[in-house]
Structure formats: structure tokens, C-alpha cells
Ligand binder design. Structure first.
Ligand code: ZN
Length: 343
């Protein structure tokens, strides 16, 4: 009788497969080995949560007694706005306890503490897009007791100046530009909140004026830093904004530029836009954009600050929503702080 070759081949194959299975390590052994490998791979570089990052100005950092910083959104306790966010404003969506934690983290990272380790009082404003500037007097001032007790004092306005050490002045931002001023000789500082309204009302120019009046600052000793805010690349504005600037500044035309509606598309694919402009098809849609960095730069120059003493950190909040909160881009978002103080 002829043996069926197929069945013999099948048996052989089964035996081979069984052998292969028995040679392989047991599932439990594999699991242990993998766990060991994973542990080893993990131990030299443990996974770290993002830490608090602070943007600083190189020019301001040269002043030894000055403490300053622009917060970013990383390394916080807020669960809103994407989670792990350093929201420093008491916004409607966020848990106030997490905002308080975030402020502590930010102050710790800044090292804004007295010799006893207590954090400096943080002075913030109830910001109203004005040109109102407040002076913080420190121990001589009527607000000092409240400042020491509550740690935070808020009054209406958009600019703060002081020559008192051990106090942190701050403005809340999410697209509006923070501008910090420091007098190297007189040891005086200021911080200003400059959105389009504050800029149109010349808050920074007035800020230099107030520092001259209150502390006898000479503009040539002032160093200025313009922090992160919405850049000309992303800041589309309406006619009323342009009209307001036209009525206020002789140089207003220099502050505006026409940008293609799909600005980023245009830079990425210029050929697409060349082809679009076929004869008889009209011009591509344009929009008006405002350059608030340039506007505040002009005000600083007008007030007598030397160009070499002005620095912009050159960061657009709307371009970099991974790093910054942008109200224009995100609508519902957190707030950052720009702070300055004297050691
Ligand atoms: Zn931008």
C-alpha cells in the first residue's frame, strides 16, 4: 500500500513546528526579559515632566540687580488649555488653586524671594487697556501693609513703576505685548501692558515720562525689552484700528502692511499664488496687519531710549501656541505674566 506522501509531510511539519515552539523561551520568560530591558532603557533617562520655562531678554539680563522674566505655558498644574499648563491668570475655566500653584512655581523658578525665603509680593493690575500707570512705593506707601499680607495687590491700570527693591511688578498677557523698562543708573523699573489700545494711547512713551518724573531717570540710561506678543505675521486688524493709529502717529503708515489672506500658504507655496493671478481674475485677497513691536519701538525711540538699548524677544504668541497662550488664535486660553523687580 502506498503511503500518502501528503500525510507524512504533514506529520514532519508538525514535529518541526513543535520543536521550534519548544526551543523558543516561554511567554513568562519573555515578559520578564522585556520588563528588564524596558527598566534598563528607562533608568538612564527618566521621563521628566516639562519644567517651567522663562523667556528673558539678554540686554536686561546684563543688569546685575535686575530680576525679570516672561512666562511660557509649559510646566504648570492647570488641566485646562491642553493640560500641564502654566496659566497665571484667574480665568473663568481654570481651577483657582491650580493658578495659585502655577504662580508659586513661576516665582520659585524666578528666585523672587527675600533672605528668609518668603516670596516677594507680586503687584498686578486690573488691566483695562488704558495708559494709566501706578507707582509702587514699597514700605513708605499706603499699600505696603496690604501687599505684605495679601501678597498680591490689584488696582486698575496698565503700567507699574517702582524704585523699591523686593517687589515684583507684573502684567498679564496673551497676545498683547509686555514692555519692561529698567534704569541702569537709578535702579528703577517699569512694566507695561501694550495691546493696540494701550499702544495707541502711548502707554510706553508715557511710561518713560513717568519714570523721568518720579525717579529722575535719563532716557539714555534706560534699557527696554519687548516681550512675546502677537506679531505682524498674525495680527490682522480692522479699519477702526488703522484709523486710530492714523489719527495719533505721523509714522502710522509704517506700522501697517498688506498681507495675503493665506499668508502662511503663500510663503510655503508661492507658485500657487503666481498661478492664481491669471489675467482678469483680479488681485488675491489682502488683509491689513499691525506691527505692535515696531509701534512700541518707535515710542521708545521718541521718548529718547537709544536703539541699541531696545530689544525684542522676537516671539509671536499666535505662531507659537506650543510655547505661549494666544487669545486671538485660541479664543479660550490662559494668561502669561511678564514681571520685573529690583534685588
Ligand atoms: Zn505670527
Amino acid at each position: 500500500m502506498r503511503k500518502a506522501p501528503s500525510s507524512s509531510a504533514t506529520i514532519k511539519a508538525v514535529i518541526m513546528r513543535k520543536k521550534a515552539v519548544s526551543d523558543a523561551p516561554k511567554a513568562s520568560t519573555l515578559k520578564t526579559q522585556r520588563a528588564k530591558r524596558d527598566r534598563e532603557a528607562a533608568s538612564p533617562r527618566p521621563r521628566k515632566a516639562p519644567t517651567v520655562e522663562i523667556v528673558t531678554s539678554a540686554k536686561l539680563s546684563e543688569i546685575p540687580w535686575l530680576l525679570h522674566g516672561f512666562s511660557t505655558r509649559q510646566g504648570g498644574a492647570s488641566k485646562e488649555y491642553g493640560g500641564g499648563q502654566l496659566n497665571l491668570g484667574y480665568t473663568a475655566e481654570d481651577d483657582p488653586r491650580n493658578v495659585a500653584r502655577n504662580r508659586q512655581r513661576f516665582l520659585r523658578k524666578l528666585k523672587a524671594r527675600d533672605e528668609a525665603g518668603a516670596p516677594w509680593p507680586l503687584v498686578l493690575l486690573n488691566q483695562v487697556h488704558s495708559a494709566a500707570i501706578h507707582r509702587v512705593y514699597g514700605a513708605r506707601g499706603p499699600e505696603w501693609a496690604r501687599l505684605r499680607k495679601n501678597r498680591v495687590l490689584e488696582s486698575a491700570g496698565d503700567g507699574l513703576i517702582t524704585n523699591t527693591a523686593g517687589v515684583l511688578l507684573g502684567v498679564r498677557i496673551a497676545d498683547c505685548f509686555p514692555v519692561i523698562l529698567a534704569d541702569r543708573k537709578r535702579k528703577a523699573v517699569g512694566v507695561f501692558h501694550a495691546g493696540w489700545r494701550g499702544t495707541a494711547q502711548r502707554i510706553v512713551e508715557k511710561g518713560v515720562g513717568e519714570m523721568r518724573r518720579q525717579f529722575g531717570c535719563q532716557p539714555e540710561n534706560l534699557v527696554a525689552a519687548i516681550g512675546p506678543g502677537i506679531g505682524a505675521c498674525c495680527y490682522e486688524i480692522g479699519e477702526e484700528v488703522e484709523n486710530e493709529f492714523d489719527s495719533q502717529f505721523a509714522y502710522s503708515k509704517e506700522l501697517f502692511e498688506d498681507v495675503f489672506d493665506s499668508w502662511s500658504l503663500k510663503t510655503k507655496y508661492p507658485m500657487l499664488f503666481l498661478n492664481q493671478r491669471a489675467p482678469g481674475h483680479g488681485e488675491p485677497a489682502m488683509s491689513r496687519h499691525l506691527d505692535l513691536v515696531k509701534a512700541n519701538w518707535c515710542q521708545l525711540l521718541d521718548a529718547g531710549v537709544a536703539a541699541e538699548n531696545i530689544q525684542s524677544v522676537d516671539q509671536c504668541t499666535a505662531c507659537r501656541t506650543d510655547l505661549f497662550f494666544s487669545y486671538r488664535k485660541e479664543q479660550v486660553t490662559g494668561r502669561m505674566l511678564a514681571v520685573v523687580g529690583i534685588r
